[in-house]
Design a protein around this ligand. Structure first.
Ligand SMILES: [Zn+2]
Length: 269
């Protein structure tokens, strides 16, 4: 069954992963800019990372018949030093002109600090200025609900952002309702055996429906599973969900949200 993985960090994955994803039906990925597992020592580190996301990674994906799109930002984990964060923000506008860039992301909060919040607001303003979609990272564990609320408040404070052009990722049972109620899109990040598993994601779909909701693997350099989306298909089929409702959550919905950027065009039909 064809699908889009709208949040996966392919720079950290092998060519075997691309191959297996293509065999499982993946036709496109979108890759948000994130923490690489270590702090970059200079703005040049981000410059080269953005070149990788906008130039070399799309070429690597194309060898497997997978379209590659990306999002740019300074991630919340490295945003606690505002002077450094602003140097990174300054180099983003030039990269927004690259053909595979869909928007600003994954921005958000990590430890909900004042500096993180300030840089989050500045990156929301950047998305507003350049009319970009936004992909939001929410903190894990006990900070998630508080962080999600702080982020939604920051977006509202900006005043110009249409919630329909913002996807809030890493939602769980206790945050999904608030996100959807305020008109945002919500993403469920699937993890192999903790947090949101394919079973829990299917529970959430059964409780809240599948409007404005997508699933993604967020595969990266840590313990994660680039095939989490097709594994969720199997779980949904096992529970009697129809092929069209499975296609909605993992193809039609992401395509609908992402198509609000003119850069997003799937050429698989
Ligand atoms: Zn991520």
């Amino acid at each position: 069954m064809k699908y889009i993985d709208p949040h996966i960090h392919m720079v950290s994955r092998t060519t075997d992963d691309y191959q297996r994803m293509a065999q499982a039906g993946c036709v496109a990925v979108t890759e948000p800019a994130f923490w690489a597992g270590f702090d970059r020592s200079s703005v040049q580190g981000f410059f080269d990372y953005f070149r990788q996301l906008t130039d070399s990674e799309p070429k690597r994906a194309s060898h497997y018949g997978i379209q590659h799109f990306t999002w740019l930002c300074i991630n919340p984990k490295e945003a606690d030093d505002p002077i450094f964060a602003r140097e990174v923000i300054d180099i983003i506008p030039d990269f927004l002109e690259k053909p595979n860039v869909l928007g600003i992301g994954e921005i958000g909060l990590n430890k909900n600090t004042k500096n993180e919040l300030k840089i989050l607001e500045e990156q929301i303003a950047l998305a507003d200025k350049f009319n970009q979609l936004i992909l939001v990272h929410t903190p894990h564990l006990e900070d998630k609900l508080k962080g999600t609320r702080l982020i939604m408040d920051a977006i509202k404070r900006n005043g110009n952002i249409d919630p329909g052009k913002v996807l809030i990722d890493h939602v769980e049972e206790h945050t999904v309702e608030a996100v959807l109620d305020q008109g945002y899109w919500a993403g469920m990040t699937l993890y192999p055996d903790s947090k949101c598993t394919p079973q829990r994601a299917t529970d959430i779909i059964e409780m809240y429906g599948s409007e404005r909701l997508w699933i993604n693997s967020a595969g990266d350099w840590g313990h994660s599973d680039p095939l989490a989306v097709p594994k969720t298909h199997v779980e949904m089929l096992r529970r009697g969900h129809t092929k069209s409702s499975i296609e909605q959550i993992s193809y039609t919905n992401p395509a609908k949200f992402l198509s609000q950027s003119q850069r997003f065009n799937i050429n698989d039909e």
